[in-house]
Design a protein around this ligand. Structure first.
Ligand SMILES: Cc1ncc(C[n+]2csc(CCOP(=O)(O)OP(=O)(O)O)c2C)c(N)n1
Ligand SMILES: [Mg+2]
Length: 376
């Protein structure tokens, strides 16, 4: 193997790599992969299309709300809809997802009200959903730490003795290309591997960690890292919702069956800024974004539906109209979210009173009271 052939940088013709699982081309043409058969009814495909459009619209609304000063910050999923809807729809009711901060599409699949996500980024809640109820853990800002939580949770599932039974669930950890450089992630890989824990490591390789490009994280394709840890790794077209669904389904099924962890690298692109505080024009070329636009995850499903006569203009219009209605309702609900009492930030940090917390709480109360004295 030459050094060049080991490089991780994207290149034209990547799809020709047999290790790159693709079931739907950017032109909307269905292709088969021997390891990942996938039978979808026309309704299934239309539902996936609807999901993709809905989450893109919700995301767009959140970006707009941030620009208008209504949210403090937002991490857009633009471009990553297929990776999230495909993997999210692969989960069963017993599975548990451990997201980072960009998994709004997975949250949608798990039945988490997007208003909770907006509340978090508006600074009026700490997430606000019950992870156990949705099989979807709270968002994690500390890069990669949720992979350890997922590995530990998976070891717990193992000890429940349910693997291989119909009631089995698995853990799935979501993280980025940048996160693979974190110690936590590598430690999670070791634990998952040696304990054969039922966890899927789902890496959305969106090519960027804020302004750091993929080549600053790795010299080999990320999915190949798995081999060194002792479990299988696969690279999937992250802009192909069919492939993401099929590959994640297989990985979760293996985990639930007691066959241990696996690594899925969803090869995609972060089409927007890292967050609304970031300006990607400072560090990347517009031409790259333009090239990835041609691989848009929604357009290819739309092309597939049209090509096969599975949807007409009426269907597409109704999906757009539903997305618009949902976005409007979300905006209105967001604007009427009540502000919490300032002191509420200290609640639920620890289960028991904590001296440091009490001291900070008192200092904050005194700070707030100082304003009253000035106006008095
Ligand atoms: C432990 C830790 N270090 C640094 C940061 C600052 N930080 C926030 S996002 C980010 C980049 C993450 O990139 P990646 O894992 O590729 O995820 P993406 O944002 O692309 O989805 C960094 C370094 C952090 N939140 N946590
Ligand atoms: Mg990234």
């Amino acid at each position: 193997m030459t050094i060049d052939s080991m490089r991780a940088t994207p290149r034209p013709g990547e799809a020709a790599d047999p290790q790159f699982v693709q079931l739907l081309t950017p032109e909307g043409e269905r292709v088969e992969h021997p390891d990942y058969p996938l039978d979808l009814t026309p309704d299934d495909v239309r539902d996936l299309y609807r999901d993709l459009v809905m989450v893109r619209r919700i995301d767009l609304e959140a970006v707009a709300l941030t620009r208008q000063g209504e949210l403090g910050i937002w991490a857009s999923l633009l471009g990553q809809e297929a990776a999230q809807i495909g993997s999210g729809r692969a989960m069963n009711e017993h599975d548990m997802a451990f997201p980072t901060y960009r998994e709004h599409g997975v949250a949608y699949c798990r039945g988490v009200d997007p208003l909770n996500l907006l509340g978090l980024f508006r600074g009026v809640n700490h997430g606000g959903w019950n992870p156990a109820e949705h099989g979807f853990h709270l968002y994690t800002i500390v890069i990669g730490s949720q992979t350890l939580h997922a590995a530990g949770y998976a070891m717990g599932i193992q000890r429940d003795g349910v693997l291989g039974t119909p009631g089995a669930g698995a853990a799935i950890a979501y993280f980025g290309d940048g996160a693979t450089s974190q110690g936590d992630v590598n430690e999670a890989f070791v634990f998952a591997s040696v304990f054969n824990a039922p966890v899927v490591f789902f890496c959305q390789n969106n090519q960027w960690a804020i302004s750091e490009p993929l080549e600053r994280q790795t010299r080999i394709p990320l999915y190949q890292r798995a081999q060194g840890f002792g479990f299988p790794g696969v690279r999937v077209d992250g802009n192909d919702v069919f492939a993401c669904l099929a590959v994640t389904r297989a990985a979760l099924a293996q985990a639930r069956d007691g066959q241990g962890p696996s690594f899925v690298e969803a090869y995609t692109y972060r089409m927007g800024a890292h967050t609304t505080t970031d300006d990607p024009t400072r560090y990347r070329h517009k031409a790259d974004e333009e090239a990835w636009k041609l691989k848009d995850p929604i357009e290819r499903v739309r092309s597939y539906l049209v090509r096969n006569g599975l949807a007409d203009a009426g269907f597409f219009d109704s999906v757009d109209a539903d997305a618009k209605t949902a976005a409007r309702a979300l905006r209105e609900a967001c604007l009427s979210l009540p502000d919490p009492e300032p002191g509420a930030i200290f609640e639920h940090v620890y289960a028991e009173p904590h001296p440091l917390m009490t001291a900070e709480q008192e200092a904050f109360a005194a700070y707030l009271a100082s304003f009253e004295e000035v106006t008095a």
